[in-house]
Each structure stands twice: as structure tokens, then as C-alpha cells.
Design a protein around this ligand. Structure first.
Ligand code: ACO
Length: 428
């Protein structure tokens, strides 16, 4: 369904097509605006800009809905593993048994990284941020396997997706091992995706790590909940880079860099640090909430608020439940979880947060879940990147499959000096 919008500029009326998505979201197609009117739109932070048409993920931020390929996240949680969800996100439907087996086998056989590449981990300083290592090493993958960047058909795409998803997990675990001065652990073909990652993270030469089924399930859930989130900062970055026809690995390495920031993937670390600071200082939660409202030194309630969700982030509800289950199963408590619960309750009753529609986002509880699994906070954003890989791959694929795809190249309104003379050094 489409219609027309009218725009009047200086007495001239222009007609613009409107576009309606499959869930009824509406857009005004301004693709010919500059050519016909001489105007561009100005939209700081792109809050009102649809950068593409996409059939991957649907979010209704007001209603708190998130669906991958039409399937609500709540229906996938606890039923589909991360690998099955990844297939759904990348290839468009839940995998058949044959597709599932084939993809799992590809993931298993792609888990090793080149022996030369293993040496790179020891060339980084031990204190190197794992996100720096991750992005560098994703690019390095294509240096070791040129074939994987040449994607000509579906089977190439399937292999590239499996290589990237599988090796990113090996790289992440290796980055951690190098940072703690332990030997890198080889992947095991017999282990499933989440279990294999935990093995590479926590096994040591004298002791094999065997996760409980609950811990493996919690990690699967964490990864699955992060699998895609439409045109967020990192996914838009992957599309931006991919639009120049840069290869999948280069595009996803750029996605890792975008995810690193504390307003995006780095928020899960920031949220736990905030809870830890409240705990260490002994500050009452109400005092912290007052500091946030007064914007003391720019203090924010990390893990709260979202550009799209003006309601509960559905992922935060699922994660909150999972944290309770994992801690109960391990017979553990976490003081930071108690503070988080208190903070959430205080914020949800406070006019500042109510008026601005600020609710817990995925990062509010994800760090606590990762702590419960035993993942150190330096690795939290890396975990997000592993989880988001299917979304980045799916968006890159969608862009790459579009015969009408154009390079992304926004415009700007220039506000700098107008034409100036060049001044010789002595006259400046
Ligand atoms: N704590 C306190 N106040 C907040 C918060 C917060 N977490 N988030 C937004 N606000 C306030 C803003 O100061 C602003 O107030 P004002 O209207 O009085 O100026 C108002 O709420 C609207 O916020 P915006 O800045 O317009 O929200 P925007 O959409 O630009 O930013 C963002 C969204 C970056 C997520 C923001 O809410 C934030 O910084 N949250 C904390 C960081 C975080 O949790 N990030 C993770 C996001 S989810 C993800 O990336 C996976």
C-alpha cells in the first residue's frame, strides 16, 4: 500500500510517495527530494530516518515488541538455540533438520583458526581491550582465507556465515586467554556452540571445564536475545561499510568497533560498573537516582532508556527471569542484582523516568547474567558482539542481495566558514 504526502516549500507544493511496511509503519519517500526541491532533510542522530527496507527484524518500541523474521522473541526464548536463531535471522526461516545439521557441521569444522593467527594473540599487550583484538582479528581472518570473502552464491554465503560465527567465538576466547596469561584452548568438534565457547574460555591444561546445562542454556539465551535489533548503530555501520561492496568480514569488523561505545554495546559493562560503584560506596539507591535526575557530572542510569523502546525492552524481562534461574540453580546470590532490582523499582516509580519513558534495556540485566555464567566484565561487550553476529551477517546479506543497492552516502548542512583566502605562515 502506498499514498502521497504533500510538502509545500515557498508556495510550491511537491508530492512525495508514502511507503507502508508490512506492520503498518509509515514513511515518506524522500529519495527524489533534493533533485526536485533542492532541499535535503536534516535529522541529527537519524531518529526519523529509515535507511533501508528490511525484512529481518521488527521492533515496536511503544508496545515493547521484538520479532525476528516475524517470530516474537518470547517464542524463541528457551525453544530455539542461538544457532537455530542465527539461521532464522540470516536465511529467513527456521531451519529444517537438514539445514540445521549442515550449518552445525559447518560451524564445528570452522572453529579452528590458522596456527599462525594464534601467535597474533601474544603480540597484543596483555592489557589490550578485547574489543580491539576482536575487530583486528576478524579482519585478519580474511587475510588467512581469501576464499571466504568471495561470495557468489548461497553456498558461499552459508560457509562465510559459519566461518565468521564460529571463528569469532574462538577469537573471543583466545583474546581472553591471552589477557589472563593462560594457554589458548583448541575448540572441540563434539561440543555445541555455547558449550564450545565456554570450553575455550574456561578449560585449562590440567582441568576441563564442563558447563552445567543451565549455564549453557543461559549463554544460548543471552546470545539469542542479542542476535539482531534492526538498524542500531553497529548494524547501520555494517550496512554503511558493506554498501561500498566491502566484504562481509571487513563490514562486521567495523560493526565491532561501533558496538564498543558505552552508549551501545559497552553499556552492559557500564551498567555493572555503575551497580558496583553504588555497592562499594554504600550509597542508598534513592540518592543515586537523585544524582541521575540532577545530572551530577553527567551521571546516567546505565542500562535504562532506548532510542526505540519507549516501554520495557522485551529482552530485559527475559534476561531478568533467566538471572534469577541461573543464580538459584547455582545456589548463589548477587548483591549487584539486589541493587539492580531496587534501582529498577525506584526508577519505574519516578516522574523523571516516567515522563521520558525510560525503561530497563537489554543491558540492565545482561551483565548480571554474564557474571552468573562466570564471564568477566572485560568480555561483556565481546559477548554482545558474538551474539549480534547473525544480525550483522543478515543485514550485510540483505544489502548484498539487493540489485538496486546504492552506496550509503548521507548529505550534510555545512556550517563552517565560507570561501577564505589561504594565508601565508607569517600572517596567520
Ligand atoms: N539516564 C538518565 N536520563 C536519561 C537516560 C538514562 N539512562 N537515557 C535518556 N535520558 C534522558 C535524556 O537526558 C533526555 O532528557 P532531556 O529530554 O531532559 O534532555 C531524555 O531522557 C531523552 O533521552 P535521549 O538522549 O534523547 O535518548 P536517545 O534516544 O538519544 O539515547 C540512549 C538513547 C543512548 C540509549 C540513552 O537512553 C542512554 O544513554 N542510556 C544509557 C546507556 C545505555 O543503557 N545504552 C544501551 C542502549 S541499548 C543498546 O545499545 C544495546
Amino acid at each position: 500500500m502506498s499514498g502521497t504526502a504533500r510538502l509545500e516549500i515557498d508556495g510550491t507544493v511537491y508530492e512525495l510517495d508514502t511507503v507502508v511496511g508490512s506492520e503498518g509503519e509509515r514513511a515518506i519517500d524522500i529519495s527524489k527530494l533534493r533533485a526536485t526541491t533542492g532541499y535535503i532533510t536534516l535529522d541529527d542522530g537519524y531518529g526519523n530516518t529509515g535507511s533501508c527496507r528490511s525484512a529481518i527484524t521488527y521492533i515496536d518500541g511503544d508496545a515493547g515488541i521484538l520479532r525476528y523474521r516475524g517470530i516474537p522473541i518470547e517464542n524463541l526464548a528457551g525453544r530455539s538455540s542461538f544457532v537455530e536463531t542465527a539461521w532464522l535471522v540470516i536465511f529467513g526461516s527456521l531451519p529444517t533438520v537438514e539445514e540445521r545439521d549442515r550449518f552445525s557441521a559447518l560451524l564445528g569444522e570452522s572453529a579452528m583458526i590458522d596456527e599462525v593467527m594464534r601467535k597474533h594473540f601474544h603480540a597484543f599487550p596483555q592489557t589490550a581491550p578485547p574489543m580491539a583484538i576482536l575487530s583486528a582479528m576478524i579482519n585478519t581472518l580474511s587475510a588467512h582465507d581469501h576464499g571466504v570473502i568471495q561470495i557468489d552464491d548461497d553456498s558461499d554465503m552459508e560457509r562465510a556465515a559459519a566461518v565468521l560465527m564460529s571463528k569469532v567465538r574462538t577469537i573471543a576466547a583466545a583474546a581472553y586467554k591471552a589477557s589472563v596469561g593462560e594457554p589458548l584452548v583448541y575448540p572441540r568438534y563434539d561440543l555445541k556452540y555455547a558449550e564450545n565457547f565456554l570450553h575455550m574460555m574456561f578449560s585449562v591444561p590440567y582441568r576441563n571445564y564442563e558447563p552445567t546445562p543451565e549455564v549453557a542454556a543461559a549463554l544460548n539465551l543471552f546470545l539469542m536475545l542479542h542476535a539482531d535489533h534492526e538498524q542500531n548503530c553497529s548494524t547501520s555501520t555494517v550496512r554503511m561499510v558493506g554498501s561500498s561492496k566491502a566484504n562481509l568480514f571487513a563490514s562486521c569488523a567495523a560493526g565491532v568497533c561501533a558496538l564498543w561505545g558505552p552508549l551501545h554495546g559497552g553499556a552492559n559493562v557500564a551498567a555493572v560498573q555503575m551497580l558496583q560503584q553504588i555497592y562499594d560506596s554504600g550509597m542508598p539507591v534513592s540518592e543515586f537516582v537523585t544524582r541521575v535526575k540532577n545530572r551530577d557530572a553527567g551521571v546516567k542510569l546505565m542500562g535504562f532508556g532506548h532510542r526505540v523502546y519507549k516501554n520495557f525492552d522485551p529482552r530485559s524481562r527475559i534476561l531478568k527471569k533467566s538471572v534469577d534461574e541461573v543464580l538459584a540453580q547455582q545456589d548463589k546470590t548477587d548483591s549487584l542484582l539486589d541493587i539492580a532490582r531496587e534501582l529498577e523499582a525506584a526508577a519505574l516509580e519516578d516522574d523523571y523516568f516516567i515522563e521520558r519513558k525510560l525503561y530497563p534495556n537489554v543491558d540492565f540485566y545482561s551483565g548480571i547474567l554474564l557474571r552468573a555464567i562466570g564471564i568477566p566484565s572485560e568480555m561483556f561487550t565481546v559477548m554482545f558482539a558474538i551474539g549480534r553476529m547473525p544480525g550483522w551477517i543478515a543485514n550485510w546479506k540483505e544489502l548484498n542481495d539487493d540489485p538496486k543497492g546504492r552506496i550509503y552516502r548521507p548529505r550534510q548542512i555545512y556550517t563552517g566558514p565560507t570561501d577564505q583566502d589561504w594565508a601565508p605562515r607569517g600572517e596567520r
